[in-house]
Design a protein around this ligand. Structure first.
Ligand code: ADP
Ligand code: ZN
Length: 677
């Protein structure tokens, strides 16, 4: 953008505060400022960070006394124009103050001028380059199609686990680098394992920078600068890496595009996939989304022709897909009623036999269950009392033998032997957790080596990496874990996967429950048999559930067709768009009243404006499924609409004036929400 250099017009500046852009006079030095330039500006008595947006007119209100910009911020580089346009879009679309959005671009610390050591703890540097394998026909076709035209286009790469998607990314990056450009690779935080980083570092020695939440502020800052200065050519990172302004970006790759962790639920509630697509559009470069189980949002866009669809149907080198057996736990319960088997209640004879077989052959097995702790909760079988968190409307989870923990606020308590309510009967564990599975397995197979991977056992990245290494080097025979371990891992000797209780996610109060279950079941099954034919045993009380049916058939398309029809019937995303208003208050009454007011105001706006009365639905208020969280009462109001733009205008207008919201009560909006709790 050409700023007006002749006149001494004020500047519009995005300042680091929860405000819109503010107007400032030019700096007293007379220096001409450019769009994207980092500056210091006065705000109240403080000096704060800001970024120049554009020249502007003096406000009509002559009473307002403008202050001059203090001066350029020499420590921060200017934000490239493409990124500026994108940041403005982000603020607009997600209804978040522009100044705060812009501030997320910069690293936590200032640049170190004197560098002590260039060795980084973030990524291992190889000196020798590993050559690429000969690409398969499928891989070549995909690569050709993506590189054919270097301008903006969205490519959805749908390939079963192990079909060689990562290899496509690597070859693609090679091409982009050869043209002198840089690459950005986004992955879910949890997949940023040494396995993945090693693969990239070996192919591109000394060229990789990494950004994720486990780096120290100094490491983050160094990695950031290594990319911004152009020294490192490829940035691999979790969702926030999207904000690092890569000066010469040639391609964006976003792996496991269906992962919910791409959505940030707090503050700037952006979805990194959607944001990355808009960034690719403003920079006019291609973007590749990869997944074995694409989100229905992306799938729908592929079906309607907005994205290019590439399918990779088979595993590389003709490795077979695992064979899947479904065990009906209802039958198991019935059989064991008459003839007890001596096995733990959660373990079917089929899965037990498979485990025995695998351990005899000295292969590895994994058991997955998406639940932590020994048991879900404890209940009195006399009066029905369950231990609840005093701060949150959830039951406490049993850990160890006697610990009760709230998984939302970390409240802890002791489990009493007798029911604290009726004092007549003992408290009984209900449900099942990974810890309990470990105990039972040790009882059944005392000689096997077990690793457990859930958030209790594995709290740091180092611990996760240790577990992965142990499994890789076969120091472990059985891996027991929650979904956290099921992603993107590639273990050569893992030939049996048992899904202990597939039903866990079926009943989430969320319109994406089936989709999520299907993804998890498919992903977890895909861990089996990377080298030779693997087996999967799915235990469930709902063998007829569509998520299981289509997982067994390995039929993503069938699942998507079925589920998209459901969404269409109920006008849920991706057919319509959605915004979720969250109302939070220390008082349940005030929360309810505020939610009611919000609905009244919405309906009044619909009456007033013709456009809002068509193809827009306002639902609620309803108490949130997680009604009480950290002592705040929560209500939801949902707005569904056929157009993202209309929905955006509506939400903006609705939240434009917040004077009616009682103090101490918060009303927030989440555009394209994922978290339904
Ligand atoms: P995905 O990302 O789809 O899970 P990967 O790219 O990780 O698949 O490939 C799975 C395995 O196959 C990896 O061990 C990879 O090194 C190997 N592989 C991928 N492409 C080829 C190829 N063209 N030739 C030989 N091996 C390959
Ligand atoms: Zn709690």
């Amino acid at each position: 953008m050409n700023l007006d250099e002749a006149t001494n017009r004020p500047y519009l500046i995005a300042v680091d505060a929860p405000l819109g852009a503010l107007t400032y006079l030019p700096p007293e030095s007379g220096m001409i400022l450019k769009r994207g330039q980092a500056v210091k500006v006065p705000l109240g008595r403080r000096s704060v960070n800001g970024v120049v947006l554009k020249n502007t007119d003096r406000p009509a209100d002559v009473e307002i006394k403008l202050k001059p910009v203090i001066g350029p911020d020499e420590e921060r580089p200017a934000i490239p124009q493409g990124y500026m346009d994108w940041l403005e879009w982000m603020a607009q679309y997600y209804l978040h103050p522009l100044g705060l959005v812009v501030e997320t671009v910069f690293p936590p610390l200032s640049r170190k001028t004197k560098r002590k050591s260039t060795k980084s703890a973030a990524v291992k540097d190889y000196t020798e380059r590993a050559g690429p394998p000969t690409l398969t026909f499928e891989q070549m076709a995909v690569l050709k199609s993506i590189t054919e035209k270097p301008e903006f286009s969205v490519h959805l790469l749908h390939g079963v686990t192990g079909s060689g998607k990562t290899e496509v990314y690597l070859s693609l990056l090679e091409k982009v680098l050869a043209e002198g450009k840089q690459g950005l690779v986004l992955v879910p935080e949890i997949s940023l394992t040494p396995q993945l980083l090693d693969r990239f570092s070996r192919r591109f020695p000394g060229m990789i920078a990494v950004l994720h939440s486990h780096l120290t502020p100094r490491e983050k800052t160094n990695q950031w600068w290594s990319v911004v200065s152009g020294e490192r050519r490829i940035l691999i990172g979790a969702r926030s890496a999207l904000f690092c302004p890569v000066p010469n970006l040639g391609v964006i790759v976003l792996d496991e595009e269906h992962e919910p962790s791409y959505k940030q639920d707090e503050q700037l509630k952006y979805h990194a996939r959607d944001a990355a697509i808009v960034l690719a559009r403003t920079l006019n470069i291609p973007i590749v989304l990869g997944s074995a189980t694409p989100s229905l949002e992306s799938w729908n866009n592929a079906l309607t022709g907005r994205y290019h669809l590439h399918t990779m149907k088979s595993r590389v080198l003709d490795r077979e897909m695992p064979s899947i057996e479904v065990v009906d736990l209802r039958e198991v319960t019935k059989e064991r009623k008459d003839t007890p088997s001596g096995l733990p209640f959660w373990l079917s004879d089929q899965l037990y036999a498979e485990l025995q077989h695998v351990f005899e052959k000295k292969e590895q097995a994994a058991l997955f269950l998406n639940r932590r702790g020994v048991a879900q909760t404890a209940q009195c079988h006399g009066c029905g009392y369950t231990a609840e968190c005093p701060n949150c409307s959830v039951t406490l989870t049993v850990h160890g033998r006697t610990h009760l923990v709230c998984h939302f606020c970390e409240f802890t308590d002791q489990l009493t032997e007798m029911c604290p309510s009726c004092k007549e009967f003992p408290m009984q564990p209900l449900g099942l957790g990974t810890e309990r599975i470990e105990q039972d397995m040790l009882g059944l197979f005392p000689a096997i080596r077990i690793a457990r991977a859930d958030r209790d056992e594995v709290q740091s990245r180092e611990q996760l990496e240790k577990v992965i290494e142990d499994v890789e080097q076969h120091n472990v025979d059985l891996l027991i874990g929650t979904q956290m371990i099921a992603k993107g891992l590639d273990f050569q000797k893992l030939n049996l996967v048992g899904l202990v209780l597939a039903d866990v996610g079926f009943h989430w109060p969320d319109f994406r429950a089936s989709e999520r279950s299907f993804q998890l079941l498919t992903q977890m099954s895909g861990r089996s048999g990377r080298q030779s034919a693997g087996r999967v045993v799915i235990q469930t009380y709902n063998p007829e559930h569509i998520s299981i049916q289509y997982t067994v058939k390995g039929d993503f398309r069938g699942f998507a067709e079925f589920e998209l029809q459901e969404r269409a019937d109920l006008l849920y995303p991706p057919i319509w768009r959605m915004a979720m208003f969250r109302i939070q208050s220390a008082s349940a009454d005030v929360g309810k009243q505020t939610a009611d007011r919000l609905v009244q105001r919405s309906k009044a706006m619909q009456k007033q404006f013709e456009a809002y009365s068509q193809n827009m639905m306002i639902l609620g208020p309803a108490p949130a499924p997680l009604f009480k969280l950290r002592n705040k009462y929560r209500y939801h109001v949902m707005v569904k609409c056929d157009s993202a733009q209309k929905l955006n205008h509506f939400c903006r207008q609705l939240l434009g004036d917040e004077s009616w919201v009682p103090s101490g009560t918060k009303v927030q909006v989440d555009i394209d929400p994922f978290a339904m709790l």
